[in-house]
Design a protein around this ligand. Structure first.
Ligand SMILES: Nc1nc2c(ncn2[C@@H]2O[C@H](COP(=O)(O)OP(=O)(O)OP(=O)(O)O)[C@@H](O)[C@H]2O)c(=O)[nH]1
Length: 377
């Protein structure tokens, strides 16, 4: 596991800035791009239309702002995104452009961020030199509640966010900010939500985006904040008759106007890592497209330190061991954000796989681990 973390240290973090059409993404990017925190950042801007304008609007001090062609990187331009990440990495190494230590990708307003995340995870060069570091979603304070009624993309942009920024707070009152916060946190209970006026928000929030921040990944408070299981009703065990005593499943949070729900599985007995991995891979294989997020902190058998789980759609990111637990509660907790239509199936299959592990999946993970150990020797 240590090797995984060391490997991540040289990988360039990639953050996605998404949000519905006109929500305020470019306004935010413009504020961020010349700050100290984003000094050495490659900015990739994607927009629809024959003539891209957003990159003209982003005032960077050098030529590290790149416009990706007309079309959408979440569906038709995946190749262009990979090309851009590959060639700019090589150009920076050759000194043709300034070296960069982070990548910000601004998606189109209609993008499904999961398409971008999957693209990042699907190319060997990109996976070697870059790592997905989280998504910032900008919500249009004036229109987001309306957009959520009709636009599934807007719902997904919230579901996949690590940080949500409510823009245009000068045009709405505090009750509306509260209402948006409530709706957004129902879709995604683990995202951190901040109001924002004209793109003014400290770039330091990027440090909160995930638990994989090189030295910061060992900070248990940050992991607790990232998991953000603040509502005890979500984390507290609710035991359906079909589930063993040691596995608790919280009542799902239902979002009336969208078809995304979240639920939390909490397990009091320490988990066998092979059983856990096989259970996760089973639901991801069968319902990858419908599982928007899996986040968790897990108590592994015979191991004092907790392990953080982070999955997006069908991808599971490397498990990271923490130095200590955030508090006295050492139960494993996994938050799933899923399509409502298949929530029950996902929950059932996951619980069953924990109780009755799939032998072939366990053998597969045993082999993966022993191969990795041989390579590391
Ligand atoms: N009043 C007000 N206007 C804002 C705020 N943030 C952004 N705007 C305006 O909203 C409009 C859209 O902002 P952009 O930053 O271009 O939005 P975007 O998400 O990049 O838009 P697309 O790329 O078209 O999807 C612009 O006219 C901005 O000036 C805000 O906090 N308050």
């Amino acid at each position: 596991m240590t090797e995984v973390i060391e490997e991540e240290d040289f990988q360039i973090p990639v953050n996605i800035i998404t949000g519905f059409l006109g929500s305020g993404k470019t306004t935010l990017l413009n504020k961020w791009v010349n700050t100290e925190e984003f000094k050495d950042t490659l900015v990739l801007i994607n927009e629809f239309g024959d003539v891209g304008l957003d990159h003209e609007l982003v005032q960077a001090v050098d030529d590290t702002v790149v416009l990706l062609g007309s079309g959408c990187i979440c569906c038709s331009l995946q190749g262009e995104l990979i090309d851009s990440l590959t060639t700019n990495f090589i150009r920076a190494k050759k000194g043709l452009i300034p070296n960069f230590k982070r990548v910000l990708i601004e998606t189109t307003g209609l993008a499904d961020p999961s398409g971008v995340i999957s693209t990042l995870a699907g190319d060997e060069f990109v996976m070697t030199y870059y790592r997905y570091d989280g998504t910032v979603t900008v919500l249009d304070g004036q229109f987001v509640r309306e957009q959520l009624k009709n636009q599934y993309e807007a719902v997904k942009q919230i579901a996949l966010a690590d940080i949500i920024l409510i823009s245009k707070t000068d045009l709405i009152d505090s009750d509306e900010i509260d209402a948006i916060t409530e709706v957004a946190s129902k879709i995604n209970p683990s995202a951190r939500i901040y109001p924002m006026l004209k793109g003014n928000i400290t770039p330091k929030i990027i440090e909160e985006i995930g638990p994989y921040k090189n030295s910061d990944h060992q900070n248990p408070d940050k992991v607790a904040a990232w998991l953000n299981i603040k509502d005890k009703t979500v984390a507290s065990p609710f035991k359906p008759a079909s589930v063993s005593n040691t596995i608790g499943v919280a009542k799902p949070r239902i979002i009336a106007h969208s078809n995304i729900e979240s639920f939390c599985v909490s397990v009091s007995d320490p988990l066998d890592p092979l059983v856990l991995l096989s259970a996760i891979s089973l639901v991801q294989e069968q319902y990858g497209d419908s599982i928007l997020r899996i986040k968790g902190i897990v108590n592994i058998k015979d191991q004092e330190k907790p392990v953080v789980i982070h999955g997006v759609q069908g991808n599971l990111y490397p498990l990271t061991e923490l130095d200590s637990w955030p508090d006295d509660d050492h139960d494993s907790k996994l938050v799933f954000i899923v399509r409502a239509t298949v929530l029950e199936q996902i929950k059932y299959i996951f619980e069953q796989a924990l109780k009755n592990p799939d032998e072939s999946a366990i053998r597969y993970y045993q082999e993966v681990i022993s191969n990795a150990e041989q390579i590391n020797q």
